[in-house]
Design a protein around this ligand. Structure first.
Ligand code: GLV
Ligand code: MN
Ligand code: MN
Length: 420
């Protein structure tokens, strides 16, 4: 980036960014303030169109891959060099807020525009990435786009991943306008020299410490299970209690076993959640014959996380045997944690100092596309405070000032990384 002195003229347009975040939140399947935006739905399509139009307005060259990851490139003066990338996601879980992911996409775009306005000319190209399906809502697995980009997911999932209506990934992405071989999504070696993601903290530490920026040093290891329980259904009046093999009650015990296993790990860093419970046939006067649970377990230490998974597995089999039902546990993902690259951490710290904002290092307990980008490029994350640490809820909130601060730190970090 030459000349770096131009960074003195760097101005983030916080009002415009707030208006754009507002407009993006309008693309939702839930009434405001809640946001629901599931990948490959009509609302996702319109939201993508909106973001893409803003990228084109900023004279970025936009392309998409077979799974819908969208890349918007600002060409550097040495375009043959690996680019510097930033970005996040715009899909939102059911009944979510408006800042998770979107701050990293629209903030990333505003960071690029701020550098353009300041008259900077990056040596390396700077690329904004909108990742497909960071949230697991539709296909049960998070970070779909970045997993495929990094080679962490076999492209054969095209025919095996199905949504709740039994549509395959291939059918759904094709209907959404993203075709071609999924194998071609994988990035070629050395595509990026660096990746930096801006995100709300989704935890309380920055707000509690009255700090502007979190400089992420590692991302915790997520895992998820789908547990299928099959019992015996029947008439709720006629089947007597000693004769029951109720699939839901077995599921309820398993859910409590998840809680117990996470609490017993010996560390506050272990968390276990049962966020989905589907009961069949779902009638008040029918004994449940089938139940499916979806379980999320995380820890900053992989081995401790894996021990908890084993405990849950053992408990599930024991509960099934005692209740004479059958249980099948599918591991949807069990990923290792990621470490942020020291040189990116340093670049973010220097940007914080140059922008005169307070900061601390921290671990990300949530997962992000950075978890997988770290496998293919030196990666770092910039966190900003969110009110009460609340996320994945409609009342999720980050102030325009916090967002503008994070965007300015991102812009300076990108400028540094693109100049080398
Ligand atoms: C991402 O949304 C996560 O669940 O950590
Ligand atoms: Mn999320
Ligand atoms: Mn997110």
């Amino acid at each position: 980036m030459t000349p770096t002195a131009r960074l003195d003229e760097l101005r983030v347009d916080g009002d415009r960014l707030a208006r754009e975040l507002d407009a993006l939140a309008g693309y939702s399947d839930a009434p405001a303030p809640a946001v629901t935006r599931v990948v490959f739905g009509e609302t996702d399509r319109k939201a993508r169109e909106y973001v893409t139009s803003l990228c084109a307005e900023a004279s970025l060259a936009v392309r998409t891959d077979a799974v819908g990851n969208t890349f918007a490139r600002w060409r550097g003066t040495s375009p043959e060099l690996p680019a510097v990338a930033t970005g996040s996601h715009i899909d939102a879980i059911p009944n979510a807020g408006r800042f998770d992911g979107t701050v990293g996409v629209l903030g990333g775009l505003e960071a690029i525009r701020a550098l353009q306005r300041a008259g900077c000319t990056p040596r390396r190209s700077i690329e904004l990435i909108l990742f497909t399906s960071e949230e697991p809502t539709r296909f049960g697995i998070g970070c779909l786009g970045s997993r495929l980009l990094s080679g962490a997911l076999d492209p054969a999932v095209d025919d095996t991943l199905r949504d709740a209506d039994q549509g395959t990934l291939k059918e759904r992405r094709t209907a959404a306008g993203f075709s071609g071989a999924l194998a071609r999504v994988r990035l070629s070696e050395g595509s990026y020299s660096a990746f930096v993601e801006l995100h709300i903290e989704q935890g309380p530490l920055l707000e509690a410490g009255r700090l502007d920026i979190g400089v992420v040093t590692a991302i915790a290891a997520p895992a998820s299970l789908r547990i299928h329980i099959e019992g015996q259904g029947g008439h709720a009046g006629a089947v007597l209690m000693p004769d029951r093999h109720d699939a839901f009650l077995a599921g309820a015990e398993i859910a409590l076993a998840v809680e117990a296993a996470a609490r017993a790990s010996g560390s506050i860093d272990t968390v276990g959640t049962v966020g989905v419970c589907n009961v069949f046939p779902g009638a008040v006067n029918s004994v449940p014959s089938r139940t499916t649970l979806e379980v999320d377990v995380r820890d900053i230490e992989r081995t401790r996380r894996d021990d908890v998974l084993s405990t849950i597995l053992g408990a599930s089999q024991a509960i099934a045997a005692r209740r004479a039902v059958t249980v099948r546990v599918d591991t949807l993902n069990a990923d290792p944690p990621a470490t942020c690259a020291p040189e990116i951490v340093d670049a973010v710290m220097s940007a914080c100092q140059a922008h005169a904002v307070s900061h601390r290092t921290m671990i990300s307990r949530a997962y992000h596309d950075s978890l997988f980008m770290a496998r293919v490029a030196p990666t770092g994350m910039i966190f900003i405070p969110c009110r009460g640490g609340v996320s994945h809820r409609p009342d999720e909130y980050a102030s325009p000032e916090a967002i503008a601060n994070g965007t300015a730190v991102l812009a300076r970090t990108l400028a540094t990384l693109a100049s080398t």
